[in-house]
Design a protein around this ligand. Structure first.
Ligand SMILES: [Zn+2]
Length: 460
């Protein structure tokens, strides 16, 4: 760890003064005001790719303009429209191989299917298999004994990374998940309208289908298919803004969070049908808006301060994937990304008024910020795989040092209508967020760049 330079120390001091001058109560009030608007019943849970999500984007845009940031969307605008497409299934999707056909339902359950038909030769997943070995193949995967449902994340990445499809053999860890999936009509995956749809699928096999696939020789052609209905068009919204840096290398630091939540579910038992999403992720949007305000008040920095509030995170990370395909700053120029997710309630596993950083040990970013006073510690639940569970991941797979800042302690209101603004601890949020302002300002002014540690960058 390098020593603090005098300028870094001054920047930190300045930020501390700015917070102190306005009083911590001021930040508490402002955070609360954002959350109560975004997660109030009037915005009806900000459903992904909805008009309510767009209002959230416009609100964020108005705040960012008021704080002196410039629009970073097309033509200097603050709100970016992202077109999405989805092709619903007109018949139950199925998997076919070796003269047998299994439909979605009791025999197996589709978790993902896009760009049908999906075809490829069967291959068994060997531990530690390289990405090239499974590219273009239909992979039969057996979960390790004792693996939890989180192990599915690795298989999902395998599919996103190049395997045609992944068939997950029956295992206790995923049996109840498969039954739940099998009980609903499979949903066609939503895709960016601007990117060609790549054929791929992920399927959880029941006991009989598992036995059949286990007996098939490697190389057997496998086909996943369904009849498709008419294409459905949807629109999601990102809010993008920046404060241009004074440096000549065009580098930026990206602060981000997601605008959307789960909307309204009319069939929700218990009376409350609005999924307010106060912690998830109005808290993150509020944190980013306030950090942007405090950072902008200090004037320009060497690196550009880039802010992105993404749409449709809950529905597959479409806003951040659109950003990744068409970034306002080249991805190689983004020195670091901090995604803010669910920091409205303290996590009992970390010290009071602290946040944790997903994948802390994967890069030098967390230690660098913590070494300058950020109340930031390692994620206490690595088995939950939070590192891959937010918008940072889309950028991390392309090399950007990108992590999620959070204090989610697995509270019971997660993805429930009870994730309400009144349950947030705004004093915790204010203290934790204030501690980040100086260190992030130091990062904006630094010349050194955070980097992945050996093996820390997720494969693509
Ligand atoms: Zn979230």
């Amino acid at each position: 760890m390098k020593l603090r330079g005098p300028f870094v120390a001054m920047a930190g001091l300045w930020a501390a003064c700015a917070v102190a001058a306005a009083g911590p109560e001021d930040l508490v009030l402002r955070l609360r005001a954002h959350v109560e608007f975004l997660a109030g019943d009037a915005l009806r849970g900000r459903a992904s790719a909805s008009g309510d999500e767009r209002i959230a984007a416009e609100y964020a845009a108005a705040m960012l303009r008021a704080h002196g940031l410039e629009g970073a969307a097309e033509n200097g605008g603050y709100v970016e429209r992202v077109d999405l497409v989805r092709q619903p299934f007109a018949s139950a999707p199925y998997v076919e191989a070796g003269g047998r056909r299994f439909e979605h339902g009791a025999a197996l359950a589709f978790y993902r299917l896009s760009g049908v038909p999906v075809e490829g030769p069967l291959v068994r997943l060997r531990p530690g298999a390289a990405a090239e070995e499974v590219a273009g193949k239909v992979v039969l995967a057996q979960l390790e004994p004792g693996a939890g449902r989180a192990a599915l994340g690795v298989l999902f990445d395998l599919m996103e990374g190049g395997a045609r499809a992944v068939l997950v053999a029956d295992a206790p860890a995923v049996a109840s998940f498969r039954t739940a999936l099998a009980g609903r009509a499979p949903e066609a995956a939503t895709e960016l309208a601007s990117a060609p749809v790549r054929a791929r699928g992920l399927v959880l096999l029941g006991p009989e289908a598992s036995a059949v696939f286990a007996s098939l020789p490697e190389g057997t052609p496998v086909r996943l298919d369904a009849r498709l209905g008419a294409t459905v068009h949807e629109t999601t919204w990102n809010a993008l803004a920046h404060l241009p840096g004074t440096g000549s290398d065009g580098e930026a630091v990206l602060l981000s969070s997601h605008l959307d939540h789960l909307g309204v579910k009319a069939d929700e038992a218990g009376g409350d049908t609005i999924f307010n999403g106060a912690d998830d992720d109005a808290s993150g949007v509020a944190a980013v808006l306030e950090m942007a305000r405090l950072l902008a008040a200090g004037g320009p920095t060497r690196r550009t301060l880039l802010v992105a509030l993404f749409g449709s995170e809950e529905k597959g990370g479409h806003g951040s994937r659109a950003f990744r395909e068409r970034p306002p700053v080249r991805l190689t120029r983004i020195a670091a990304n901090l995604q803010f997710e669910m920091l409205g309630r303290p996590d009992p596993l970390v010290p009071p008024r602290h946040l944790w950083l997903s994948g802390f040990e994967r890069s030098t970013l967390g230690p660098w910020l913590a070494g300058r006073g950020a109340r930031l510690v390692a994620d206490p639940r690595p088995a939950e795989n939070f590192f891959r569970r937010s918008d940072n991941y889309a950028l991390a797979t392309r090399g950007v040092v990108a992590h999620t800042v959070s204090s989610f302690g697995l509270h019971a209101d997660y993805h429930r209508p009870s994730d309400e603004p009144r349950l947030l601890d705004y004093a915790h949020m204010a203290d934790a967020v204030a501690s980040l302002v100086g260190p992030v300002r130091a990062l904006l002014d630094a010349t050194e760049r955070p980097s992945w540690v050996e093996g820390g960058q997720p494969g693509q």
